[in-house]
Write a protein of this length. Structure first.
Length: 132
């Protein structure tokens, strides 16, 4: 499963807080039954355009990874939760909306289940899009 969330936050403070993101990445995997296998890695990025900056964070989990990229001046955040293990998608969406204070979001869930027994051409991944 691959949950993708694009959202707008009403808290620029959260979107630029490296410690918040580090703590969040450190603690969130266990809240959804995942196993972290690395410490969080969080960096601040400043591009050539003064409005093009934010923080990015990543953590490896045994089931795959979680990544977050913020764009502070636009109040925008991208979140990816990629897992070979099923998880409660609706809970994860609510968690992200609450913890990142999202006022508008778009989600996409990609079901990447593939048994390996079917020919590749016969596999149709499921995509579900939602705007909130």
């Amino acid at each position: 499963m691959h949950l993708i969330i694009d959202g707008y936050s009403n808290s620029k403070e959260i979107l630029q807080d490296e410690q918040f993101l580090t703590n969040w990445l450190e603690n969130y995997p266990s809240k959804i039954g995942m196993t972290k296998i690395s410490p969080p890695y969080v960096v601040t990025y400043a591009g050539p355009n003064s409005e093009d900056w934010g923080i990015s964070g990543f953590i490896f989990i045994a089931e795959s990874h979680i990544s977050v990229h913020t764009f502070v001046e636009q109040s925008y955040v991208n979140i990816d939760l990629f897992s070979c293990k099923d998880f409660d998608v609706e809970k994860a969406i609510r968690d992200f909306q609450d913890e990142f204070q999202l006022v508008k979001s778009r989600t996409c869930l990609i079901d990447r289940e593939w048994s390996g027994m079917e020919p590749t051409a016969a596999v149709t991944s499921g995509f579900t899009y939602h705007e909130r």
